[in-house]
Design a protein around this ligand. Structure first.
Ligand code: TXA
Ligand code: MG
Length: 418
């Protein structure tokens, strides 16, 4: 592959690595688009100053035109060039947070400066900025000598890519260059924190998307800020607002004065082709809800079998029309065992009723904790699609800390919440 380069050691670049990042930055400067790793997920980048390149990103991703991109920067000089503060308190809080959390998995929304064209912000007067914690990304931005606008590197609506192979699968030669920096360690996108409405009359900041830096982390940061810094507004309190809808509903436009704060929220996201069932944690007693889970899963299996029958009639093939492949992603062993028991029951009923054999192929995939699930979720969902998995069942998590952030993605990618 001509447009691909792999970097093995992120801590110690070889001369060829640096040459290749330089080459990629030249592509960016010339109006091309480049995929690169960050600590969260892969991004596809273009120079913030080249409209045709930005347009190309929207085209290859098939991304709605009103959904703005995050500006990735490698230095404070770069960020101060593209943002502006409405008041002293915004400036003080931004400096405090960025200083403590950057480079890292958090994007801040502030007013844009006049140096940034409205084209680059989808017509908004705000911009979201992030200094990623990945040496390849930072070098690429530095060599490009320009902030790099980059959405996650996936076809719009699909799960984000956490490795270069998945990026290539979605885009192939439609991207001018791909830098492979291995698997991304976090696996879900950055926290998006809106600071641009903060002022003395509105002491609020808004989490538009939770991430590795959690709601609780931000609340603690605010506590520290109020304790340590002498803030010019003498604010005693700053509220960290996270809309409950972000966590448990899909139609969760976070609005203020009727203005949608985060345009991206209204679109379907992170969706594999398989039918995704997420089983909420607030089902206190699995056994108590077992009959509901049983009925729902059975119905979906029957519907899938029906669909396959119709499809097969049309294409006159009969190979796997009686086969349903199911993967179960879970952390707790007991969850896996409970689902397995339900399947055994369904299997028995379906095969008793029908004379034909129905083959339920069932696989349990166990993760040690929420971090491991987050790191592997998108790539596992994508692998499931490649393997023709019909149904993906996921064990839901509690609504706190990093689990809440991961739940936000799982809910958005699911077809059925039980
Ligand atoms: O971790 C990440 O953030 C990755 C890596 C590549 O940095 N990027 C990423 O970008 O996830 P994307 O485009 O998939 O998500 C950006 C989110 C969208 O929900 C978008 O609506 C929101 O940030 N956003 C960007 N600029 C905004 C703005 N000015 N106001 C409100 N929301 C904004
Ligand atoms: Mg995205």
């Amino acid at each position: 592959m001509k447009n691909y380069y792999e970097i093995e050691n992120l801590e110690n670049f070889t001369e060829n690595d640096l040459k290749s990042i330089k080459n990629a930055s030249q592509i960016i400067k010339n109006g091309g688009i480049v995929a690169f790793p960050t600590e969260t997920v892969y991004g596809i980048g273009a120079s913030i100053y080249i409209e045709e390149a930005i347009d190309k990103i929207y085209r290859v991703k098939n991304r709605p035109k009103d959904n703005p991109l995050i500006a990735h920067i490698s230095s404070y000089e770069m960020v101060y060039n593209i943002i502006s503060f409405e008041n002293k308190i915004q400036e003080e809080l931004f400096k405090f947070l960025a200083n403590r959390l950057w480079p890292g998995p958090i994007s801040f929304i502030l007013k844009k400066s006049d140096n940034v064209n409205y084209f680059s912000t989808c017509g908004l007067d705000t911009i979201s900025v992030r200094m990623p914690d990945n040496k390849i990304a930072l070098k690429l931005i530095e060599f490009s000598n320009s902030p790099i606008l980059a959405p996650s590197a996936n076809l719009s609506g699909k799960p984000s890519c956490t490795n270069a192979k998945d990026v290539f699968f979605d885009f192939g030669e439609n991207i001018d260059f791909i830098i492979d920096g291995g698997n991304t360690p976090i696996g879900i996108e950055s926290t998006v924190l809106d600071l641009h409405l903060l002022d003395i009359n509105n002491p609020n900041i808004y989490i538009l998307r939770p991430g590795f830096i959690t709601y609780e982390d931000i609340k603690n940061e605010i506590k520290e800020f109020l304790r340590k810094e002498k803030n010019s507004c003498e604010l005693k309190n700053i509220n960290v607002i996270i809309n409950d809808n972000l966590i448990y509903k899909d139609d969760c436009d976070l609005k203020l004065n009727n203005k949608v704060l985060s345009p991206g929220i209204k679109y379907k996201h992170y969706k594999p082709s398989s039918f995704v069932i997420l089983i909420k944690k607030d089902i206190k007693d699995f056994i108590e809800k077992e009959s509901k889970i049983f009925t729902s899963i059975k119905e979906i299996i029957e519907k899938k079998l029906e669909d396959k029958k119709i499809d097969n009639k049309e294409i006159k093939e009969s190979n796997d029309s009686n086969e349903i492949k199911i993967w179960v992603l879970h952390i707790n062993k007991s969850f896996g065992n409970n689902i397995k028991r339900i399947f055994e029951k369904i299997d028995k009923i379906l095969n008793d009723k029908n004379k034909k054999e129905i083959n339920l192929i069932f696989r349990l995939i166990n993760f040690n904790n929420e971090y491991e699930l987050a790191k592997n979720y998108y790539s596992t969902a994508r692998e499931g699609d490649k393997n023709g998995i019909d149904i993906l069942i996921i064990e839901g998590l509690e609504k706190e800390g990093f689990k809440l952030s991961l739940m936000n993605r799982l809910i958005k990618s699911s077809d059925l919440l039980l």
